[in-house]
Design a protein around this ligand. Structure first.
Ligand code: ZN
Ligand code: ZN
Ligand code: ZN
Length: 338
């Protein structure tokens, strides 16, 4: 008799239409992988060498203002630049290139160098949500911008160059790969079934409860059934809204609340400031309604079994299919227990 908690199987991600291999029996195998040094350095409230702290100079000589809440500036080393001329190159469909205009910004969450979302005051986190909405609208209004990607890289393990609480916003002319895949899936689902994939998914998860980690009046956090990263989660709006500016004032507070509670849970799991990549997925800003989109965020944390042992996506996962050992249900239970 097949046992979902022990036997190897694969699970389908309907958002990307890709599979993940689940091998729960392997949690028994001996671990001989990399053991990383635990970063336990206590950060000061202000760091004279931090290019994001108030009053400090950034590379290139620009000085930050003495800001007191959130602070937004154009990235000094932007991956995308506005005013990039539109052009396209196609040689036999094999050498294909397109120019990509865009604009990259940095959002400091707080003047305090040593805060994270987990230990910020809800009222201050609400100001971050308000800033995200303003930026989404402002960047999205630009004619050359069709998608506004808000994301946070947290922790040296994820390549974050600075512990100061901040996120990035890369806005682009083209629809990014992951958003394009999800959009195709959401459209396909709606065409076939007449419903929203994520409304249906959230309803099923709330009814079952075994993968739900946090919930409030406007959002739920789940370890998705198809999670790849050990403690991956999704934060999903309960109401069908397509982008962040459609949140009511109360829902903005609820978003701040669930982000604080979810990241605090992560920090308690291995007693460390938990590293992750976090990002919104929402509708493009290309001037059409795109109400097939359903506002959500993905947390992709790398840690596997302690503050120092991380998961790598290498070998079979790079060449074939992503694989995980612990089940999504077990990961959710662990997160609920801390
Ligand atoms: Zn700083
Ligand atoms: Zn929906
Ligand atoms: Zn998504």
């Amino acid at each position: 008799m097949f046992d979902w908690t022990k036997d190897p199987h694969r699970r389908f991600n309907p958002l990307t239409r890709e599979w993940v291999l689940v091998s729960p029996h392997r949690t028994l195998r001996p671990w001989q992988g990399q053991v990383e040094e635990e970063a336990v350095a206590v950060q000061p409230e202000y760091d004279a060498n931090c290019y994001l702290c108030p009053g400090n100079a950034r590379a290139g000589g620009v000085r930050n203002p003495a800001y007191s809440a959130t602070f937004v500036f154009d990235n000094d080393f932007a991956a995308l630049k506005p005013g990039t001329p539109v052009d396209r190159y196609d040689r036999d469909g094999l050498f294909l290139a397109e120019s990509e205009p865009g604009l990259c910004r940095v959002v400091c969450f707080s003047p305090r160098h040593n805060l994270t979302m987990a230990n910020m005051e809800p009222a201050d986190l609400r100001k971050v949500v308000d800033t995200w909405v303003e930026q989404y609208l402002e960047l999205g209004e630009r004619p050359e911008i069709n998608y506004v990607q808000i994301f946070e890289n947290r922790g040296a393990m994820m390549g974050a160059s600075n512990p100061h609480p901040h996120c990035q916003i890369w806005s682009s002319h083209a629809l990014p790969n992951e958003v394009f895949k999800e959009q195709e899936s959401l459209l396909g689902w709606r065409e076939q079934r007449g419903t929203c994939l994520l409304c249906e998914y959230a309803r099923l998860e709330l009814a079952g409860g075994e993968r739900v980690v946090e919930e409030n009046a406007a959002f739920l956090t789940v370890v998705p059934f198809w999670a790849v990263w050990p403690f991956e989660t999704m934060v999903i709006a309960r109401r069908h809204i397509s982008s962040i500016e459609q949140l009511t004032g109360e829902e903005r507070d609820a978003l701040a609340d669930i982000l604080k509670r979810t990241t605090a849970r992560y920090d308690r799991l291995f007693n460390v400031s938990f590293p992750y990549s976090l990002g919104f997925h929402q509708r493009p800003t290309d001037g059409t309604p795109h109400d097939e989109h359903h506002l959500h965020l993905h947390f992709y944390p790398p840690l596997l079994r302690s503050a120092t042992v991380r998961k790598f996506l290498v070998g079979y996962e790079m060449l074939a299919t992503p694989q995980r050992d612990i089940t999504a249900e077990w990961a959710a239970a662990r997160l609920r227990a801390v």
